[in-house]
Design a protein around this ligand. Sequence first.
Ligand code: ME8
Length: 540
Amino acid sequence: MKTFYITTPIYYANDVPHIGHAYTTIAADVLARWRRLKGDRVYFLTGTDEHGSKIAQAAKAAEQSPAAYLEGIVAKYKALWKRLDITTDDYIRTTEERHKQVVQAIFERLIKQGDIYLGKYEGWYCVPDETFWAEGEITEGKCPTCGRPVERITEESYFLRLSAYEKRLLDHYAQNPDFLLPRSRAPEIIQFVKGGLRDLSVSRVKVAWGIPVLSKPEHTVYVWIDALTNYITALGYRLEMSGPLFQEFWPADVHLVGKEIYRFHAVIWPVLLMALGLPLPKRVFAHGWWTVEGEKMSKSRGNVVDPHAVVETYGVDAFRYFLLREVPFGSDGDFSLKAMLGRYNSELANALGNLLNRVLTLVEKNFDGVLDVSAATNELVASSSAEWLASYDEALNRLAFNEGLEKVLALVNQANKFAEDRAPWKLIKDDREKAKSVLVEMARALKLAALALHPVMPTITQEMWQQLGEPVPLGQAAPACSPAEPSPSPQAKRFKKARPFSPRKELLDGGGGGGRGGGEGGGAPAPSPRNPHTFNRRTV
Ligand code: ME8
């Protein structure tokens, strides 16, 4: 059985999560769910980064101890992941013993073997970002990332001997073209390494809220060694004898990160692993950043988008869909409710909802809700289901979520066009068999769409699946959903009445205009506003 280990960054627990954090975690969840559907053994990790001066400062500002403050933030992260239907297998906190002890042991080992040595750090330090900057990197005493003033610092520090690993890193990049993804971002890393690596300061004497270095406890481990090692400590890595999860799942298949922490994952992390004699992750993928209505998201601008608020209006599934559909994974994107509303109405309510509603209503009205789907002619989707799903799978393997979703949308649009051309609601009067075969094709397209969309929109696709007469829950039909063996069993299916998806009906009721022609009739009750899983057309 194939294994698949996927991680998100561990997020700083100095503030509540926003849509940026939701984005990475949803993307990881989609891949994890897709692999599970295919029958792979999956391990999906997220967590929080809980040391450093930023956290201590935030706790102080909240007039709480760091431990109490962290409890509150972690509870918020966990509640959001629950709300967003995130299916992680573990949640690592860097303040946990299972992490701290291993970080300490790793640090000692690296001191012993000479990869970490004691020196003097002198330079600029941005306290809020916990980042050291070289002379040439700052302008007018300001941090190049956040623009806030930097402080001059001179102190004893341990250093990680990055400089000794330049050649090995470059060789690894050259021999493993999938390590740095998307490929368009690889040159910036390669150039950076070719430019010469400086050894990295990896301990602080000024930051008390951190993991003490065992052999020199006045030093605490500087944030990146602490943070990056979470990917192995969570699996039970030990210097002497690692646990079974580590044996099974390391190396990671993909670390998902935002572009601003790519370098740490593409340079420091591989060096640490090389120093420990461990295999490197297969892929490190840096996605782009979301702005909000053209502006960088920040507390000071007051434009931080709370995922709970979006979900309240649009539902979890639509939110997940939008984030992955709107921009290619890897590019930057701009979040606006207007853009979300546009996708929601045109792609979910009109395209997908309309297709489902048409099939369910016509089958109910003309065939007493039962359709024999064994007689598919493949007129609508020429390729076999397996071929179609294999090409969707290929897009997801490249993390090209938007390409995969475009493919599904193209299928749905094609099916709606097919329905309009063949007009089964008219055909039914003269040629029942022909009308039926049109409906079978439409139902087949819907089933493919439900399968493909399931990792992205777990709830609505499950409902679609059941409405299309499939009794076994999508998730449990796992091996049958692999691209090799995808077809739902070809028997007569008892379809359910068109209920949750009724965008057209609501449009007519609401008199909002924009409805599509067709004349296939409605009959579905008005959707309940309390059901967040319906894609009823909305206005702001
Ligand atoms: O960097 N657009 O934590 P962090 C897209 N603790 N993604 C965004 C985003 C945005 N506007 N804002 C945040 C840290 N993210 C470290 C990581 S890992 C060993 C340590 C996402 O709380 C994106 O994944 O600042 C980004 O890399 C991460 O949140 C940064 O989270």
